[in-house]
Design a protein. Structure first.
Length: 276
């Protein structure tokens, strides 16, 4: 399976018509930061932060960006804060197929291909698979074509009862990890698309404790393993997710590279033998 790039899904920004005050207050409260703490971090005053939140004062563009940085607001939502304050967006959103993205795409493609025979994939903010290597193709052998039709979605492929779910030996634990991850993303992005995906995958059936999909789970590793059957073998992986440091583009900020590291020598040996 060659690496195949598809278009990234675009999350809508938060509505700007309510003004920056309510948006800023929501982010501050979400982070558990008081007006005084935020003011001290941003070199402002609690009075000014209060005036911004109540609409009595309009912050400068520089102050909006500074507050967003100290509240660790996602890049897309920083643009929303700027729009709500009456300024133009600061961060561009460049399509992945734009020529200016050639170096980025080629670099990520080399990364996931260089990781073979171990699985690696690239997803966007809604968990749509933008690119994957041959290790991922191996795990997806036998998955119905209907689930493999573009756009592939990593959450759907993993948790759908006709996807990988029946082969995952620790499905309840792995499902819980993925649902928690989606919950955090929904809190950050407030996306209808993410919410719909969450409602879809949480409605999939879950095995009861003691059912076949929950038996023979190996002992604990240094991280929660993904234990998946393949051709009579149980393969054990731990997942690592990489994102870009200090992204200056919305598209780049929402890309993630997930690699599945073999959690034991038997898994590594099996994947290496299948690659030969």
């Amino acid at each position: 399976m060659a690496t195949v790039w598809t278009g990234a899904s675009r999350l809508p920004a938060a509505p700007a018509d309510q003004g920056i005050g309510p948006l800023l207050r929501a982010w501050r409260q979400r982070r558990g930061v008081s007006q005084l703490d935020l003011a001290l971090r941003a070199g402002s005053s609690a009075r000014h932060i209060s005036f911004v939140e109540t609409g009595r004062s309009r912050p400068s563009e520089e102050m909006v960006l500074r507050l967003a940085e100290h509240l660790d607001v996602p890049v897309r939502e920083r643009n929303a804060l700027l729009l709500a304050a009456g300024y133009a967006p600061h961060y561009p959103e460049t399509p992945l197929d734009d020529p200016s993205m050639d170096a980025l795409r080629q670099g990520m493609e080399r990364l996931i291909q260089g990781y073979e025979p171990y699985p690696a994939l690239i997803v966007d903010a809604t968990y749509d698979v933008l690119a994957a290597n041959r290790g991922i193709a191996l795990l997806l052998e036998g998955v119905p074509a209907s689930l493999l039709a573009p756009p592939l979605n990593a959450m759907r492929l993993t948790l759908h009862p006709e996807g990988l779910a029946p082969r995952i030996r620790n499905l309840r634990a792995w499902r819980g990890h993925l649902i928690e991850q989606m919950t955090r993303q929904i809190a950050l992005h407030r996306s209808d698309a993410l919410r719909e995906l969450y409602e879809e995958v949480t409605a999939y059936p879950v095995p009861e404790p003691g059912e076949p999909a929950e038996t023979d789970v190996p002992p604990a590793y240094f991280a929660l393993p993904l234990c998946v059957e393949h051709d009579g073998h149980v393969l054990n992986f731990v997942s690592s997710i990489s994102t870009f440091n200090t992204p200056m583009d919305v598209t780049v900020a929402e890309l993630a590279i997930e690699t599945l590291l073999p959690a034991d020598p038997a898994t590594a040996k099996y994947l290496q033998s299948r690659a030969n």
